[in-house]
Every structure is written in C-alpha cells, then in structure tokens.
Write a protein that binds this ligand. Sequence first.
Ligand code: AMP
Length: 191
Amino acid sequence: MFNIVIFGKPGSGKGTQANFLKEKYNLYHISTGDLFRKNISNQTKLGIEAKSYLDNGDLVPDSVTIKMLENEVLSNKELNGYIFDGFPRTLNQAESLDDFLSSINLKINATIALDVNEDELITRLLDRGKTTNRSDDQDIEKIKNRFNEYNTKTSILINFYNKQDKFFSVDGKGSVENITSRLFGLVDSLI
Ligand code: AMP
C-alpha cells in the first residue's frame, strides 16, 4: 500500500489534487473537511458538535477528529492505499495517525505539501466562496483565522515528517495541470 498525506494551507489545492492522485494511483481519498461538511448537512451528532468550529475557521478538537478519521479508514480497506487530505493538522493527530496505522500494519509513505503564498490563497479562497456555500471561504477574518490555525498548530508537522524523511514540497502555483504533473513526477519517483 502507498499512503500519502497531502499537506498545505487552506486553498492550496489539496482537494483538487487529491482527486487526481486518487484516480491515478487507485487510492481512497479521505478529506476530513468534506467528512465534517457531510455530517453537518446530515445534521448528525458529530456534525452538530463540529459546526461552530467550521463556521469560525477553528480546528475541531482532536478527540472528535481522530475518531472520525479512524472509522473512515477502517470502513474502506479495499484499495492501494489512502490519501489523507486535511489530516493530520496537529502534532497529536500526526502521532495518533502513526500509532493507528501501525496497529493495522500500515504507515505513511510520503507527506506532500503544496506551497502557495498567503496573498494568492486569499484570492483563491474568496473566489471559491463565490461559487460554494462555504461561509469560511467568504469572510477574510475567518480565512485569516484558518491561516493562523495552520501557522500555530499545523506547520510544526513539517519538522515531524522531515525527521522521518517523509516530507516533500511541491510548488503549488501555476495551472492545475502543471501542479498535477509535478505531483505525479514526485509520486512516481517514490513508489
Ligand atoms: P478543509 O475543508 O480541509 O479546509 O477544512 C474545513 C474545516 O474543517 C477546518 O477549518 C476545520 O474547522 C475542520 N477540519 C478539517 N480537518 C480538520 C482536522 N484534521 N482537524 C481539525 N479540524 C479539521
């Protein structure tokens, strides 16, 4: 199995590129943001618990997020691997993911970051907010809060995965096709 974490700030293109990676390498795509939004629209207990965090651009507490992720992995075991999109986002999540995967004889093979500067990301997110219902993409203060969550809680994972020799960064600027081919080139060299 080949398991990838796709990593990057909000708006860096993780979801878009995860879809291409999933098709090419036959991976199961798990987006924790999508799972939360699905639970919110279905008004499940989990969705009700998560809603205010998503509305404000805050991270959902680890206890809720980790359990949801583990359930999703255990319910979908048939493909060549997983692509984790938007998870892990804290050190605790990253350590839990390593422990959990090793308990089922799996591991993360690579963490790939899409590198894009914040000015460009703000433009992209506000643009996306015009065509989706995502309130967290429509308000500059919420966007800035999401960057702040990333900078204070998530960016330390670069060091965490670097220490394991699993961290790779790809230029996330340019056309979608160019970014996809950079990613395919990298993954092909790692498989
Ligand atoms: P995303 O779609 O990845 O931008 O995530 C949207 C929102 O879902 C985030 O701003 C958080 O509120 C929540 N979320 C997604 N993934 C996580 C995670 N791994 N840990 C905590 N909160 C998360």
